[in-house]
Design a binder for this molecule. Structure first.
Ligand SMILES: [Zn+2]
Length: 128
């Protein structure tokens, strides 16, 4: 199985607005990004599960400059590390046009399209 085949369930879920995570069948650890083996115990028995997409901001930072083509026309961007309620800490972006967030804020997942159509996980604050 090549990398794109392995990632197919992730992209199929993203097209529905759902974040798919791998979870280790041996030890239960959520695995993200995609791996062939569990980072915790080394098992290759990874199963797909769907995150509810709710979490809390662990950290945020502002990206002012970038030479990556995918960032062209989108700066400044707010980059986030989000602790999912039902998964690991994942890197993501603040949704376009969303109000600023602070560490500890509750956030919910969405997807935005990268320039090439790749779905990117983004978060916005949950209204209090
Ligand atoms: Zn494991």
């Amino acid at each position: 199985m090549d990398a794109s085949e392995r990632a197919a369930p992730y992209f199929a879920a993203a097209a529905r607005g759902v974040l798919a995570l791998q979870r280790c069948a041996a030890c239960g650890t959520a695995v993200f990004p995609l791996r062939e083996r569990c980072a915790q115990c080394g098992s290759k028995e990874l199963r797909w599960s769907e995150s509810r997409g709710a979490g809390r901001v662990f950290a945020h930072g502002r990206l002012e400059r970038s030479s990556l083509p995918e960032h062209a026309g989108k700066l400044p961007l707010t980059l986030l590390l989000v602790d999912l309620d039902d998964g690991p800490r994942i890197p993501a972006r603040l949704a376009a046009g969303a109000p600023a967030v602070r560490a500890g804020d509750r956030v919910e997942l969405g997807f935005e399209s990268a320039g090439d159509g790749t779905p990117l996980p983004v978060f916005r604050a949950v209204p209090a």
